[in-house]
Design a protein around this ligand. Structure first.
Ligand code: MN
Length: 237
C-alpha cells in the first residue's frame, strides 16, 4: 500500500502559485499511490462549504480526477470544512486523531495543534472556535461578514503568536508521549508546527517515531509511505 501524507498547504486566493504547486504535486507524486492524506490547514481560511471561490473549485477539480483515495483532516484554519466540500472533491473527512495501520504497524494521524498544550491561550480559543454554538452562529452569517470575522481571528492570532516563544508554539513533549502511549502507537504523523523533522520518542512499550510534515510556503517536506517504510521527502516548487 503506497500512501502520501501532506499538510499545511495554506492554499489562498492571494497565493495561486501554491495551488499550481499542489496540482503539479498531484500529477508528479500521486498518480501511482493508493491513498493521499491531507492532515489539516489545506486552506488558509475556510468560510464554509458554500463559499464559491475559483480557488476552491480548482482544488475540487484537481482532487476529483485522482484515482487514489483522498482523506482530509481539519486544521486550525480550515476546521469548518464539511461533507459538501469532501463529497464534491471525492474525499473523506477524518476525525483528529485518526488511527491507521502502515504495513503491520499502528500509526496515529493528527493535525498537531491539539499537542501544543503549553499555548494555553490558543487551547482556550480552540475550544471556543470548535464549539457547535460558535460554528452555527458563524455559518448563519453572510459570506462578507464571515470573511471579516475570520480575518480578525487570523490577525489577532498572528499578533499574539509573534509574542510567544518557539517552545510555547511547538508541541509539548509530554503530551506527545501521553497521546502515543494511550493510542499504543509507535508512529505519530502530524503537521501544524511547520517544523518538518523525524523525532525519536521513548514510549512505555519501546521506541517510537514522530514525523512532522512541512508547510508549503516555498517548498515542503512530505511523507511517503510504502507499507511500513516511511520517508520524509523534500519537494521544491
Ligand atoms: Mn495548523
Amino acid at each position: 500500500m503506497k500512501r502520501i501524507f501532506i499538510s499545511d498547504l495554506h492554499l489562498d486566493t492571494n497565493r495561486m502559485d501554491l495551488t499550481r504547486a499542489f496540482t503539479k504535486f498531484l500529477s508528479e507524486h500521486c498518480q501511482n499511490i493508493d491513498e493521499l492524506y491531507i492532515l489539516g490547514d489545506f486552506f488558509e481560511l475556510w468560510l464554509g462549504d458554500d463559499d464559491q471561490s475559483p480557488l476552491i473549485n480548482e482544488v475540487i477539480n484537481a482532487l476529483s480526477v485522482l484515482t487514489c483515495d483522498v482523506f482530509v483532516m481539519h486544521g486550525n484554519r480550515d476546521f469548518l470544512i464539511g461533507d459538501a466540500f469532501c463529497n464534491a472533491a471525492g474525499a473523506k473527512l477524518l476525525p483528529d486523531p485518526y488511527p491507521i495501520t502502515l504495513g503491520d504497524q499502528p500509526a496515529l494521524l493528527m493535525h498537531g495543534d491539539s499537542l501544543c498544550t503549553r499555548d494555553e491561550e490558543y487551547m482556550q480559543a480552540r475550544t471556543l472556535l470548535r464549539s457547535d454554538a460558535f460554528q452555527q452562529d458563524f455559518l448563519s452569517k453572510q459570506m462578507p461578514e464571515r470573511r471579516i470575522i475570520a480575518e480578525q481571528i487570523r490577525t489577532k492570532s498572528q499578533k499574539v503568536s509573534r509574542e510567544k516563544t518557539e517552545e510555547i508554539m511547538d508541541v509539548t513533549p509530554e503530551e506527545v508521549t501521553s497521546v502515543m502511549n494511550q493510542a499504543e502507537t509507535s508512529i505519530l504523523i502530524h503537521g501544524h508546527t511547520h517544523r518538518p523533522a523525524v523525532h525519536q520518542v521513548d514510549l512505555l512499550f519501546g521506541p517510537g517515531t514522530r514525523y512532522v510534515l512541512g508547510d508549503w510556503h516555498t517548498s515542503t517536506q512530505f511523507l511517503r509511505a510504502d507499507g511500513a517504510d516511511l520517508e520524509l521527502v523534500q519537494y521544491d516548487f
